[in-house]
Design a protein around this ligand. Structure first.
Ligand code: MGD
Ligand code: MGD
Ligand code: SF4
Ligand code: MO
Length: 774
């Protein structure tokens, strides 16, 4: 076994100027460096060559879509996809000796990075009440413990079943079926903290929570907006699609609080020209917007479009589309004309000229796509922002036709699929009716708890059992202190996981580690080898076949664990063939095909190259909204506020992490090396606040309650963020996000709009001063 590199949180910080382009040769080299460190060379080659290929492994990274079969490169993956796969395929193993040597409380003191570096979990473990150590337990006893605890509850609503978006369709379907047959809709998921805001706004206005565009649409678009999204790091193959869009004459407008590398220039590592040339300039217009200014921006653009129509009637708006497919236009238009320019310019910190330039680009474009991600959704007024984006698209009929539409770019590789499978605490009645018709039990109808509500219920002692299918809830959730204490109030917590994280160190009285196969691994059940299915951000459902030998012979698949647990808990009270489901996942897919629209003949269709494209009702002109049409909405002006002396902090991902799990302490494109506890501040704000570069600060959350929220020992780095807006890494600043600071309507934590105050502090003894390269 290789020795894990030791993590030194106070290693020297080195800062280089932010990069002006993304990918190219260094990206390929960096991916390989990581893979050589993390796995053996043959394993790396084997996994990478099949990644995102027909009958291969679906990349466990982001939800970006694959090109059509026949159009894929031999290396159809990005630098980060290679890292994610190698993180799972690591040769390191955590054995029972590791847990004998390290107490749970000691492990809890270690960093997220260190915990993840210890390798794959290999056998079920239990921490018993009163003990500070995990010890081995058989699968039979582990599942029996959980089943007994569940059966002893006064109400099924005392249990919570969390899902993270790496879970497959099959395991997600089984999880929600189990929870509902058990009697609860308490199914919070990572989506509550991710694109919940998009889901609410799109459901209301368009009648579907999903995006309306596919990969081909990007190639045909005349204009693509990238709003609050960092593709070079988080959806790297999107850059290839954008490059194609540009080669076909399309334009790109980026809207961001940071000038991210991939928004400037892209060198495609899959093309010779990208390796040796200067690459493609990505953004034609870059709007360096104030945090939370996107609502005002789209209100400004919409107002300008309405005025352009007034000036030249019949030339700007798509009246045919508006009258045939939408409702509420007049009310919207009346309101839109009243939004004040002073407000818009204050909220965005842009000039009117910049917004007029955008209008001109829009007027020249017949096909427009708007992409957005966490910069939009993790804001208090995220829902009205997405609604205003929909208004914008509808004004010129940019919906339901090729090269145009709405693209909430999804995060986890199967987060969209998990929702399709029914993992949502608020599934509508038609889904529940279909479950009832198929399985003959009466699913609970009352809505369950989302992530924020689940934490509150746990904190109040109303939840006794927390079961997690993938993910790292305590680090993904806000207000770490409150969330940790809430989790500790549970009687039993159980985690179905591949790797060690804080999910296993912040526990209930009894805690179980249920180690499972990852997507890279061969999954053999009683009837033979299995594959799983996933859905990407373009609503394409396809297969993923594991290729590697499992990390340990004691691992079970997610689906097997859940089927066995359900069988033991429900004692045959509900007529669901759990054993048949476990033996052959095709049996699960058969049932899915009866229940979920678009999945007919699932088993056969999904194995065809490219899989199944789910129908999007919007593209068929069908809108399942309150009015039966796509709905224009009136959205009150709103903006983020920060009192004098404070900054609006966003918590974001570095180039070297997967959500709550850092892979290294570096963030190459932003020029940060050797340390994650840094805060990026605009140089003018530094002057105003009297801060020096390289200085240590404690960061305090500013919120209207008397809880002290603080993280200590962050180094100030001057950075071209928008004035008044700072940036730091997630999950390190998680303790600063107040549990009550949520987006209106969607209840999603506002992880990009955290008001903070910085207090200078002294460097710890022996700390090496930060080194800044000019
Ligand atoms: N390598 C890697 N890939 C990932 C992930 C990962 O952790 N690592 N996570 C996956 C997941 S689950 C998700 S949801 C996606 C997330 O993908 P992104 O949404 O791209 O991720 P974030 O790092 O949260 O970055 C948000 C971007 O919004 C900008 N921003 C912040 N506030 C505002 C604002 O108010 N307005 C505007 N216009 N911009 C703003 C930030 O500067 C940043 O560029 O990535 C997925 N892909
Ligand atoms: N402050 C702040 N908070 C945020 C965000 C932010 O931008 N800022 N982003 C939010 C977003 S967008 C999201 S999606 C959530 C993410 O929240 P989660 O999805 O809960 O977190 P992850 O970090 O993706 O979970 C990683 C863990 O999943 C487990 N895992 C990995 N692969 C598998 C697998 O194949 N099977 C199983 N069973 N387990 C596996 C591993 O044990 C690993 O440690 O965080 C949210 N929280
Ligand atoms: S773009 Fe996303 S899905 Fe594609 S290889 Fe990279 S991480 Fe994986
Ligand atoms: Mo996400």
């Amino acid at each position: 076994m290789k020795k894990a590199p030791k993590h030194e949180p106070d290693d020297r910080l080195t800062v280089t100027p932010p990069k002006k382009w993304a990918a190219g040769v260094p990206a390929v080299t960096h991916a390989l460096e990581y893979s050589l460190d993390e796995a053996t060379v043959p394993t790396t080659a084997k996994t990478l060559l099949t990644m995102n290929q027909v009958s291969g492994i679906d990349c466990p990274g982001c939800a970006w879509a694959d090109p059509a079969p026949g159009q894929r490169h031999m290396n159809e993956y990005c630098e980060n996809g290679a890292k994610h796969i190698n993180d799972e395929a690591t040769g390191r193993r955590i054995t029972r000796d590791f847990f004998r040597a390290h107490s749970v409380s000691w492990l809890n003191e270690q960093s997220d990075l260190w915990l993840n570096q210890q390798g794959r979990l290999t056998e079920p473990m239990v921490k018993r009440p009163g003990s500070d150590y995990y010890e081995p337990i058989s699968w039979h006893d582990a599942l029996g413990l959980i089943a007994d605890e569940l059966k002893s509850l006064d109400s099924p609503d005392e249990a919570v079943f969390y899902t993270s978006g790496r879970a497959s369709n099959e395991s997600a379907f089984v999880l929600q079926l189990f929870a509902r047959a058990f009697g609860t809709n308490n199914l919070p998921d990572c989506s509550n903290m991710c694109h919940e805001t998009s889901g609410f706004a799109l459901h209301e206005t368009l009648g579907t929570g999903k995006g309306t565009v596919g990969l081909e649409d990007f190639y045909q678009a005349d204009l693509v907006f990238l709003v609050g999204q960092n593709p070079a790091t988080n959806h790297p193959r999107q850059l290839s699609a954008l490059e194609k869009c540009k080669h076909n004459g399309g334009k790109i407008i980026s809207v961001n609080t940071l000038p991210e590398a991939g928004l400037i220039r892209f060198k495609n590592p899959q093309e010779i020209s990208g390796v040796i040339g200067n690459g493609t300039k990505i953004s034609d217009v870059f709007l360096h917007i104030r945090s939370g200014g996107d609502l005002a921006l789209f209100q400004g653009i919409n107002r300008l479009l309405l005025e352009a129509e007034d000036a030249a009637p019949g030339t700007v708006l798509d009246h045919d589309f508006i009258s045939a497919h939408t409702s509420g236009f007049e009310e919207f238009a009346e309101h839109a004309r009243t939004v004040s320019w002073d407000d818009i310019l204050t909220a965005t910190q842009l000039t009117r000229q910049q917004i007029e330039e955008v209008r001109d680009c829009v007027l020249r474009a017949n096909r427009v796509i708007v992409c957005w991600a966490m910069g939009v959704t993790q804001q208090r007024h995220g829902v009205p922002t997405v609604r205003e984006i929909v208004n914008f698209l509808m004004l010129r009929g940019n919906l339901g036709r090729p090269g145009a539409g709405a693209s909430p770019v999804r995060g986890h590789s199967n987060v969209q699929g998990d929702r399709t499978m029914g993992v949502w605490e608020q599934m509508p009645d038609d889904f529940l009716d279909a479950l009832q018709a198929e399985f003959g039990f009466n699913p609970p109808r009352q809505h369950g708890l989302d992530s924020v509500k689940a934490i509150k219920a746990m904190a109040e002692g109303r939840i006794k059992v927390f079961l997690s299918l993938a993910g790292n809830f305590v680090r993904a959730a806000p207000d770490t202190h409150i969330t940790d204490n809430a989790m500790r109030r549970c009687r039993l917590t159980a985690q179905i996981s591949t790797k060690l994280s804080k999910a296993h160190t912040v526990t209930g009285e009894t805690a179980l580690i249920l180690p499972c196969l990852g997507r890279t691994e061969i999954d053999t059940q009683a009837t033979g080898g299995q594959f799983v299915t996933v859905e990407n951000t373009s609503s394409e459902v396809h297969t993923s076949f594991g290729k590697l030998r499992p990390a340990s012979r004691l691992l079970l698949s997610e689906t097997a664990i859940l089927c066995r647990l359900a069988d033991r808990t429900l004692d045959g009270k509900v007529n669901i063939p759990w054993k048949e489901f476990e033996a052959d996942y095709g049996n699960i897919r058969d049932r899915i095909s009866h229940i979920i629209p678009g999945f007919f003949d699932f088993n056969r269709r999904v194995t065809r190259p490219g899989g199944i494209k789910l129908p999007n009702p919007v593209n068929e002109g069908v809108y399942a909204t309150a009015t039966g049409k796509a709905m224009f909405t009136r959205n009150a002006f709103d903006m983020s506020h920060a009192p004098a002396g404070t900054l609006i902090l966003q918590s974001m991902r570095s180039h070297d992490q997967w959500n709550t799990i850092p892979y290294t302490d570096n963030d190459r494109y932003r020029g940060i090396h050797g340390r994650r506890n840094v805060i990026l501040v605009n140089p003018d704000d530094m002057t105003e606040l009297g801060l020096d570069r390289g200085q240590y600060v404690d960061i305090f959350g500013v919120w209207h309650d008397d809880v002290e929220r603080r993280v200590e020992g962050f180094i100030v780095v001057p950075y071209p963020t928008t004035r008044g807006c700072a940036a730091a890494y997630y999950p390190e600043v998680q303790p600063l996000v107040p549990l009550d600071s949520v987006a209106e309507i969607s209840n999603q934590p506002t992880s990009k709009g955290i008001v903070v105050r910085l207090e200078p502090t002294t460097a710890p003894p022996g700390a090496k001063p930060a080194h800044f390269h000019e």
